[in-house]
Design a protein around this ligand. Structure first.
Ligand code: PLP
Length: 400
């Protein structure tokens, strides 16, 4: 049972937008966090797939300290060398050509939606429409929540932005039917692995099919890699397992290892749609977040963290699968690399609190999916520890 210790400075003046667990974190190191009362936690959440390098990484901290002492922000009226460096790093690793920098995931997706609309207007389409997906999550601005496929996130914020066509996942026939004879379609927009929607992967075959349809119809293929990208699945971007290259790819979460950052990477079809004055953002591409992005990629490669994500992810998923295969109430264990979902046959939000009590951080998404998105530095021994804490919690919960 939860101890519900007092949380210093829990103020009623913070808006009540999250159902927060009764704990306040103090500091971290690697895959461990400590709360203000000194209790230790193993981190299988990484601040929702953000802390790629875990906490207080010994190579990242001095680099960022140095950067803060030099300059944090100067705005985009000037060239920022690390912005150009990070753009080149992302272009090289994605096979795409140009990057726009911003600060969050929704901002990256908002830019992608603007790119798609402008792409249409440039072709003389006055009312462009974008294909989006059931259970998708793209953010909480008015446009991105309209693209999101979750009525709970949209409730109370209407009128929604128009110009979206919604289809189910992994069903090419539905996509064909929904777009047949519609000259206003400009783009298809999806997560390679849905995160908030319950860790739902798009199949390689489906992504290849969408790529072919986008080519045949001159649509933009836009893949939201905000959560599943940046090495989490064992490749830089989750869609790369399907051997395809999108035209537009929003990134954020793990790109800065904890420093707020977003990016939209574009291929040749979308690279020159924005012209000076068409889009912008004050914080985008600032020297601090750019340094965080450059160092994150550099350290990931130096330390083989993508290979680690693939290896440890497979190890953890196998361990969970073998232990849960026969357990009544477990519907599926799925995911790729260090993005794993355990779907139960009933709502299981309570598991987040029970794991917290047992010293493990994770989240429950889509009501009944336990989501594990740990730092990419997690070792096999730490993954074993995650399983050792989590498995009895799941079994006890389902036995009640
Ligand atoms: C988290 C997330 C977003 C939104 O990112 P924010 O930084 O919270 O705005 C968008 N798309 C996906 C796939 C996400 O997981």
């Amino acid at each position: 049972m939860s101890t519900h210790q007092a949380i210093p400075a829990a103020s009623p003046h913070v808006m009540n937008t999250y159902g927060r667990l009764p704990v306040a974190m103090s500091h971290g190191r690697g895959c461990r966090l400590w709360d203000v009362n000194g209790k230790e936690y193993l981190d299988a959440l990484a601040g929702i797939a953000v802390n790629t390098l875990g906490h207080a990484h010994p190579k990242l901290v001095p680099a960022l300290q140095e950067q803060i002492a030099k300059m944090m922000h100067c705005c985009n009226y000037y060239h920022v060398p690390d912005q150009e460096r990070l753009a080149e790093m992302l272009v090289e690793r994605s096979g795409m050509t140009n990057v726009f920098f911003c600060s969050t995931g929704l901002e990256a997706n908002e830019a992608a939606l603007k790119l798609a609309r402008k792409f249409g207007h440039n072709k003389g389409i006055e009312r462009p429409e974008i294909v989006v997906y059931e259970k998708a999550f793209h953010g909480r601005s008015i446009a991105t929540l309209s693209a999101t496929g979750n009525p709970k996130i949209q409730a109370g914020f209407g009128p929604l932005v128009e110009g979206f066509i919604r289809v189910p996942l992994n069903d090419l026939d539905s996509l064909k039917k929904a777009t047949a004879g519609n000259p206003n379609v400009v783009a298809v927009f999806f997560e390679a692995i849905q995160g908030e929607g319950g860790v739902n992967p798009m199949t390689d075959e489906y992504m290849q099919g969408v790529r072919a349809m986008c080519d045949a119809n001159d649509w933009l293929m836009m893949i939201d890699e905000v959560q599943c990208g940046m090495g989490r699945t064992g490749k830089w971007f989750a869609h790369q397992w399907a051997g395809i290259v999108p035209d537009v790819m929003p990134l954020a979460k793990g790109l800065g290892s904890g420093v707020p950052i977003g990016a939209v990477v574009a291929g040749p079809k979308a690279a020159n749609i924005f012209t000076p004055g068409a889009h912008g953002t004050t914080f985008g591409g600032n020297p601090l977040s750019m340094r965080a992005g450059v160092e994150t990629i550099r350290i990931m490669e130096e330390d083989g963290l993508m290979e680690n994500a693939a290896k440890v992810g497979k190890h953890l998923q196998t361990r969970l699968l073998t232990s849960l295969l026969e357990v009544a109430g477990v519907k599926q264990v799925r995911g790729h690399g260090l993005m794993i979902g355990i779907e139960l046959d009933r709502p299981c939000g309570a598991i987040a609190q029970r794991a917290l009590d047992a010293g493990l951080l994770l989240s429950v998404t889509a009501d009944n999916v336990i989501r594990l998105v740990p730092p990419l530095i997690m070792t096999s021994a730490e993954a074993d520890e995650v399983a050792a804490i989590l498995l009895p919690i799941i079994k006890d919960f389902l036995a009640e």
